[in-house]
Ligand binder design. Structure first.
Ligand code: MN
Ligand code: MN
Length: 454
């Protein structure tokens, strides 16, 4: 053995126990008592978790003339400092472009920069015969999950296209992750508010009502049933969406749900902040109500929602968000979060008695691995990748943009004090974070081939 993580409380999605973890090369080779090795990492009074997985992030996402502010290097270093050892980003370009070319290009951009392991979902933006024919080839390259959009001018698919794409994905043995909102309704409402000169950030959520997120979710689920394709509803924010998911699950359909920390801990009140401050919270779907938050927490504990991702998509407040100073519809949508999820879910979930330790690990580590085809990640067991987080449940940290590693000039959680924070992180046996600081190298991360389980 090369290294032992000694004396910690091991927490997995199924159990909590005292043990040492022995590592050789990049794998876990032993779990037991009194293990020894040349290098010992002391985890006394700490939790030892599987490396967290963030299955929904957008590093250097290009939206025409504006690009999300984290590169694969800065974003993955921030992820590591937050206890994340695997990211799933998106290969996405434009309608008419080959999925295979898009995937190769994205791997080229990410590969030389990522500090942790990564995988890619592939966005399908049209339903041409050429695109549908590439779906099985993309799956063979280790990307069995496809992102589909029901909103955004450059990416939405109509119902016929959704049906065709879902059918092709289902037949090829893949699954879809879908952004469910109603494109045409958003456009009509946006036009209406602009015509009335209602241009401040607080009008953003009014153009994207929960009612229509629920409508799109239900419509997508019905199309997926017709197409016989397993689907995950991305970033579920509201009760309307949740109801559609619950109903489908009751009738036995393969429908999963994802939510994000921002929907669990923030509300639409943020849009009423003075001046332009509400722009920091402009994202889609928008923040909702306290009642929606409570419903989302309940669904997480009952297993109706399967994981918590971040939808990390940072834009600088000064210079990027401010593009929409005169018109909320020009504010680039998205919030940073890849670095803060594990600590926030510990604080709000475990700390407030909403989640057990094992549920916390299931939602941040094990479930994304299991449901998205990361066979060697998300658990602590002999033979798996030695991706581990030593988490100090007593460490107090006040979240501040200037202390986080994300390349963005604000955090939605500025000033929030959390008790419990990642201390050390190992990625395939290699220490990449020590005492909260990144000690690894950009570019060391590997592309992970994924395969869906039956
Ligand atoms: Mn989305
Ligand atoms: Mn997204």
């Amino acid at each position: 053995m090369d290294l032992v993580v000694r004396g910690g409380t091991v927490v997995t999605a199924t159990s909590t126990y005292q043990a040492d973890i022995g590592i050789e090369g990049d794998r876990i080779v032993s779990i037991g008592r009194s293990l020894s090795a040349p290098i010992v990492l002391d985890a006394t009074d700490k939790y030892v978790l599987p490396g967290a997985i963030d299955p929904h992030v957008h590093m250097e996402l290009s939206l025409g003339d504006i690009t999300s502010s984290d590169t694969f290097a800065t974003g993955s270093i921030a992820a590591a400092c937050g206890g994340v050892t695997t990211l799933i980003d998106f290969a996405q370009s434009r309608r008419g472009r080959s999925l295979l070319d898009t995937l190769a290009e994205r791997r080229g951009l990410a590969g030389s920069q990522v500090a942790v392991d990564y995988a890619l979902h592939v966005a399908v933006l049209d339903a041409t015969p050429a695109t549908l024919a590439e779906i099985p080839q993309v799956i063979a390259l280790g990307c069995p999950t496809f992102k589909l959009y029901m909103a955004y001018a450059d990416s939405w698919l109509d119902d016929g296209q959704l049906l065709a794409v879902l059918r092709a994905i289902g037949e090829a043995g893949g699954s879809a992750l879908v952004h469910c909102e109603n494109h045409h309704v958003i456009q009509e409402l946006t036009t209406r508010y602009r015509a009335q000169r209602k241009l401040e950030p607080r009008f953003h959520p009014l153009t994207r009502p929960a009612l229509m997120e629920g409508e799109a979710t239900a419509r997508l689920i019905d199309l997926a049933q017709l197409a016989d394709c397993p689907v995950t509803i991305a970033h579920v924010s509201c009760r309307e969406s949740l109801r559609a998911i619950q109903e489908a699950q009751r009738r036995g359909q393969r429908v999963r749900g994802e939510t994000c920390p921002q929907y669990l801990g923030l509300t639409e009140q943020e849009y009423l902040r003075p001046g332009f401050q509400g722009a920091k919270f402009v994202m889609s779907p928008p923040l909702r109500t306290r009642a929606d938050q409570e419903a989302l927490w309940g669904a997480l504990t009952r297993g109706e929602l399967h994981w918590v991702a971040t939808d990390h998509c940072p834009f600088l407040y000064h210079g990027q968000k401010t593009r929409g100073l005169e018109d909320f519809s020009l504010i680039p949508g998205g919030v940073p979060g890849v670095e803060t999820r594990l600590a926030l879910l510990h604080q709000w979930g475990v700390g407030k008695g909403k989640l057990s330790l094992t549920q916390w690990v299931a939602l941040c580590c094990a479930n994304p691995a299991r449901h998205l085809g990361l066979a060697n990640k998300g658990d602590i067991a002999v033979g798996l990748d030695a991706d581990l987080v030593v988490f100090d449940p007593r460490r107090r940290v006040t979240l501040q943009a200037r202390q986080l590693h994300q390349h963005v000039d604000y955090t939605p959680y500025e000033g929030l004090e959390v008790t419990g924070y990642p201390q050390h992180v190992l990625s395939r046996g290699e220490p990449i974070v020590e005492d909260g600081e990144f000690v690894g190298q950009a570019g060391r991360g590997k592309f992970v081939m994924r395969k869906m389980r039956g």
